[in-house]
Design a protein around this ligand. Structure first.
Ligand code: NAD
Length: 498
């Protein structure tokens, strides 16, 4: 991983803090908000005048103010029309790509988890998130006239973002949510809030410059449980989008508002003897090492049919992964988990040591007591199916490999490890029976066959991208339609022209 440019980060953060209440010198004068042109017919549609520049650029200390400002922007966006939504999407995609290096660095510097190359890539690919083109209305025409169903906005969406991909999630969320005509207020993860504010400010500056809309995405500067609660309660916030672990999903579902929940996962991988071992090994390494295994869709445990388990591990060793001995695995497990003894002699509960989440393989190797070649992508070891590395969503560049005797056992173990999150599962096989059985049994939102996990989000597979995959609530890979109300408009007996 290349060194982080601390001076650059300090400059960016200092600039943001210094400018929080002031008007940036570089900002161009505000244009009039994009408004529907007066067609000259003498009708009532008129362009409104430009809003005064208040210099907050979306960053608020108070949750209620952030929600109110977002609501005002929603009303402005409604007036400005679809052209302004298109513009916002273009701006966010272009800026995420142009700022990928700087923002990737400041996110890594703040969170200290993951890999710089992948933090940068996650911003460059925001262009794969779908926009306004996804909102084509459905029409019906028949003997009784025509009916149009349109995808219309809710108003303000209250969003929570994770520490694992703060700016990418926020950027993708803005694209989806604003393409659908909404505004958004963010309660970001406290340990990734400063970098999120840098991006929100930059987006708002550019969006204001181009459209005259000032606070289309607002952010709570110092997020807390209280600010989350205030955001959820605010009357302008019509729906919630939470991306995170079990705690925030539960909290969002208890608010009484509709919550779109992109929840936790623990994706299992099953490999059988019909797969190409080299291809499977490479794909597993690629997915599990991505951003040091911070992806919720990332490969977290492998169940390998016993007759190919050795071959698979051999191929993993030949393709950038390093195998741990039992003693090294024990040492790493002791460092990476805290085991709370179970009641009545039970095996207890393992909780992940946060100091190891998203850390480089070299850090894990040190804890395991070995030195590894530079460029090592991933560590792995053979474990039992009840090992903490299998059971817990560990988010580290380490993969446990468990032997299974049959397809049935592989599917059953995978189902158990997935905990019913219905998030992501992966298979390497060319046996149609195995592909079908695993797909049906796991019942996950993403089911990837013969590729790395990211193929499920359009990276190497067909499809589009979002960093918010709504799993327990069932909306799937979020897209602009996820944030719309479907409204029907009916013309009786007329306007059918055939
Ligand atoms: P996290 O759950 O610690 O935090 C996520 C967000 O929720 C943060 O903003 C945090 O401040 C907030 N939060 C946590 N508990 C809360 C509570 N009780 N009330 C209100 N807010 C609360 O998650 P993280 O470590 O930042 O991210 C990793 C987790 O997110 C993993 O479980 C991963 O699988 C999941 N994730 C899911 C998706 C998806 O698309 N399904 C995407 C990314 C991450």
């Amino acid at each position: 991983m290349s060194a982080v440019n601390e001076t650059l980060i300090r400059d960016v953060v200092a600039d943001v803090l210094a400018r929080l209440g002031g008007t940036p010198a570089a900002a161009k004068p505000a244009p009039a908000p994009a408004a529907k042109a007066d067609c000259g017919c003498g009708g009532k549609g008129t362009a409104s005048s430009a809003p005064a520049l208040r210099g907050k650029f979306g960053i608020y200390a108070d949750a209620n103010e952030a929600c109110a400002a977002a609501h005002e922007s929603f009303l402005q966006l409604q007036k400005a029309g679809v052209a302004a939504r298109v513009k916002i999407v273009e701006i966010v995609k272009a800026m995420a790509e142009a700022n990928a290096e700087t923002w990737g660095r400041i996110e890594l510097e703040e969170t200290k988890i993951g890999r710089l190359d992948h933090k940068i890539e996650k911003l460059k690919i925001i262009k794969l998130v779908p926009g306004v083109e996804w909102l084509r209305p459905d029409a019906r025409s028949g003997d009784h006239g025509i009916t149009l169903e349109e995808y219309t906005p809710f108003g303000v969406v209250g969003a929570v973002t994770p520490s694992t991909h703060s700016i990418p999630t926020l950027s993708g969320n803005i694209v989806n949510i604003c393409a659908a005509g909404n505004a958004v207020v963010f309660n970001p993860h406290p340990s990734a809030a400063r970098c999120a504010a840098v991006a929100v400010r930059a987006y708002n500056e550019a969006i204001f410059r181009e459209t005259g809309i000032e606070n289309i995405a607002t952010i709570i500067e110092k997020p807390s449980m209280e600010s989350f609660s205030a955001m959820c309660k605010h009357e302008a916030v019509r729906i919630l989008l939470v991306t995170g672990g079990p705690g925030v999903v539960k909290a969002a579902m208890q608010t009484g508002k509709r919550a779109i929940c992109a929840g936790p996962g623990n994706p299992p991988v099953y490999v059988d003897d019909t797969a190409c071992m080299k291809r499977a090994a490479k794909a597993i390494i690629q997915g599990a090492s991505y951003d040091n295994n911070l992806l919720c869709i990332g490969e977290k445990e492998v169940f390998a049919l016993e007759n190919i388990a050795d071959k698979l591990m051999e191929q993993m060793s030949q393709n950038g992964a390093v195998k741990l001995t039992n003693a090294q695995l024990d040492a790493l497990t002791k460092a990476a988990f805290t085991i709370t003894p179970g009641q009545g002699g039970g095996c207890g509960h393992a909780s992940v040591n946060k100091d190891f989440i998203g850390k480089d393989p070299i850090v894990l190797a040190k804890a395991a007591g070995l030195s590894i070649p530079s460029g090592t992508q991933l560590l792995f070891a053979e474990t039992g199916a009840d090992h903490p590395f299998v059971v817990e969503e560990q988010m580290m560049p380490f993969l446990p490999i468990t032997r299974v005797k049959s397809l049935e056992e592989g599917v059953a173990r995978s189902l158990e490890a997935e905990h019913g999150y219905k998030h992501t599962s992966i298979i390497h096989s060319h046996d149609l029976e195995a592909l079908t059985q695993m797909g049906r049994a796991l019942d996950t939102t993403l089911f990837i066959k013969n590729g790395p996990c990211m193929a499920g989000l359009g990276l190497g597979g067909e499809g589009y991208l979002s960093f918010s995959i709504a799993t327990p609530t069932g909306e799937g890979v979020s897209n602009p339609r996820t944030f719309t109300r479907v409204r029907r408009c009916v013309m009786v007996d007329n306007l059918k022209i055939y």
